[in-house]
Design a protein around this ligand. Structure first.
Ligand SMILES: Cc1cc2nc3c(=O)[nH]c(=O)nc-3n(C[C@H](O)[C@H](O)[C@H](O)COP(=O)(O)O)c2cc1C
Length: 198
């Protein structure tokens, strides 16, 4: 990875049996690979041990000493190495899945001063309720959330064979990646210039 290539983690937020999340993440990874400038990794929360019971202290100040389960180490390493995130989330009861909240709560500094774009899907609202909640939560971790995301309403009719039917969507994805690439370069330069004063 050269200095102009940034590490992009695409996070699959749902872990439900029969979930649709990996389909959306794979498609988004294709868009990002084609866009260029990113080393893309799809990180699936279902692959890790993410207990609901947290340690006594907060991860905010514990640093590497935070006692995470060994089955979470790959997730922690991927989040720490990321220069940027795309969070792929469905909508569960007008919010995002508990699996995603648990993964977020086990970490803190791994998100700080890094950009986060959202790709959501669901029924009529296309997962926008989930994204509104995630924007609020990730701001607490000093992440920088992007205003413009991709939302797929009624994905069950709007997608076929692993892709959205609307031919305009690839253009929307490029617009999102333009903004994400801009923030990724700016924030990485900032993190390298000086520690973020959180
Ligand atoms: C517990 C639960 C709650 C849901 N609540 C909503 C909701 O509030 N709004 C919505 O648009 N879809 C809702 N759905 C439908 C999901 O958007 C749809 O099932 C989607 O496929 C879930 O993503 P997944 O397949 O990656 O788990 C809900 C689904 C589940 C399982």
């Amino acid at each position: 990875m050269d200095n102009n290539t940034h590490k992009l983690v695409i996070l699959v937020g749902s872990v439900r049996e029969g979930r649709f999340g990996p389909v959306v993440a794979r498609w988004m990874a294709e868009q990002a690979d084609a866009y260029g400038g990113f080393e893309v990794e799809v990180v699936d929360l279902a692959a890790y041990d993410i207990p609901l019971a947290l340690p006594a202290q907060s991860p905010k100040h514990a640093g590497d000493a935070y006692p995470r389960p060994s089955g979470m180490s790959g997730l922690t390493a991927a989040l720490a190495a990321a220069d940027a995130f795309v969070v792929v989330t469905p909508e569960y009861n007008h919010s995002y899945p508990a699996s995603l909240k648990a993964a977020i709560d086990w970490h803190f500094t791994q998100w700080t001063a890094k950009p986060v774009a959202f790709v959501s899907y669901g029924g009529a609202a296309g997962g926008r309720h989930a994204v509104l909640h995630l924007e609020n939560v990730l701001t607490e971790l000093h992440a920088v959330t992007l205003r413009d995301g991709l939302a797929f309403p009624n994905y069950f009719t709007a997608w076929q064979d692993g892709r959205p039917l609307d031919p305009q969507v690839a253009g929307y994805a490029k617009a999102l990646l333009d903004q994400l690439a801009w923030w990724t370069a700016v924030l990485r330069a900032g993190r390298e210039a000086a520690p973020y004063p959180s």
